[in-house]
Design a protein around this ligand. Structure first.
Ligand code: PHE
Length: 355
């Protein structure tokens, strides 16, 4: 028996056994690899006498084709076997109940932030952001609140270090400072975000949300402040008329300062905004104190403007009839399902941010 026939018989026998893909590949390389049996047989062709060479070459080619075909078939067989065994073992049980798909909802606070960003952008405000972990300087000192100022106690601050240098911002007003430091006037921005004070009851949570407003330019006065707030409140509550009053107040960073109340009445236990003889405080505001402008290297004789800080959670509670603030942050999905918004539900006063 010639060598070629021996190779052929030996390998066909091996290939007839039950094999894994790895073993077939092993056989393949033993035959056709660089030093494989078939490859090296071709190498001796040159040393054979012409007559023998022809026959040897044709036998070798024949065996090569046969073995190659056998290997291909074997691989195919193994793959089919694998697929069949998968089909056998991984049956889909169509009688099983479907998996629950829970549709998420937009939290009322996020919804209100979207709404107010859209409303303010209509009159030229852009949106700024600042960090929740703030330093003492931006939160107080730069805002004209000296070390011993009682407002520091008023805010029930969460400090993050013993030196009282780092804190959780107690209001969004530090974004005023950050914005003015990084640019040149005029400024017309709002800054919505989270704020923190050590306080907790039905209308106060240790974490809550504010939106800061700041408008600095030449010749900005309190009339502009009043007009801006009037426009905002009417658009936000979707009413044509609003009763609004400015009450003198005090903030270290504004002079004069005011708190703004809006008129409302109770109809069948529900708050109706805009009319009535009851008053509800919704924001603090005033003309930016000259010292604040000086602290950010703006000349108060040239530039002036107003600032305001509105409680976002309070707005959401009023507009959407939610009476306990703490529910906002309890992550109760049943609550969110009831008070949340569908992502594609566009509020009637939403006019798009890009217009
Ligand atoms: N930062 C003030 C507060 O948290 C609100 C405010 C902002 C008042 C801007 C005046 C101007 O109470």
């Amino acid at each position: 028996m010639s060598d070629i026939k021996k190779i052929k018989d030996e390998f066909l026998e091996r290939l007839n056994k039950d094999l894994s893909i790895e073993s077939v590949n092993q056989i393949k390389s033993e035959l056709f690899g660089k030093n494989g049996k078939i490859s090296s047989s071709f190498k001796i062709l040159g040393s054979l006498p012409t007559e023998e060479r022809k026959k040897f070459a044709s036998d070798l080619n024949y065996v090569k084709d046969e073995l190659q075909e056998k290997i291909n078939k074997k691989i195919q067989q193994i793959e089919i076997k694998e697929i069949n065994s998968k089909l056998e073992n991984e049956k889909v049980d169509v009688t099983l109940p479907e998996r629950n798909i829970v549709q998420g909802k937009i939290h009322p606070v996020s919804q209100v932030i979207d709404e107010l960003s859209s409303i303010f952008s209509e009159i030229g405000f852009s949106v700024e952001e600042g960090p929740d972990v703030e330093n003492e300087h931006y939160n107080f000192t730069a805002l004209n609140t000296p070390d011993n100022h009682p407002a520091r106690d008023m805010h029930d601050t969460f400090y993050l270090d013993d030196k009282k240098e780092l804190l959780l911002r107690t209001h969004t007003s530090p974004v005023q400072v950050r914005t003015m430091l990084k640019g040149k006037p005029p400024f017309k921005i709002i800054a919505p975000g989270r704020t923190y004070r050590s306080d907790s009851d039905q209308t106060h949570a240790p974490m809550f949300h504010q939106v800061e407003g700041l408008h600095i330019d030449k010749n900005i006065n309190m009339g502009h402040l009043k007009g801006c707030l009037n426009y905002f409140i009417k658009s936000f509550f979707e009413v044509d008329k609003i009763k609004m009053r400015f009450r003198p107040s005090h903030f270290p960073f504004t002079e004069p300062s005011a708190e703004v109340d809006i008129g409302y009445e109770l109809k069948n236990g529900k708050i109706v905004i805009g009319e009535g003889d009851k008053w509800l405080e919704i924001l603090g505001c005033g003309m930016v104190h000259p010292n604040v402008l000086k602290n950010v290297k703006i000349n108060p004789d040239k530039y002036q403007g107003y600032a305001f800080g509105i409680g976002i959670d309070r707005l959401a509670m009023l507009k959407y009839g939610i009476n306990d603030l703490r529910a906002f942050f309890e992550t109760d999905y049943r609550w969110l399902n009831h008070f949340g918004f569908d992502p594609l539900d566009v509020p009637s006063n939403y006019r798009g941010l890009s217009r």
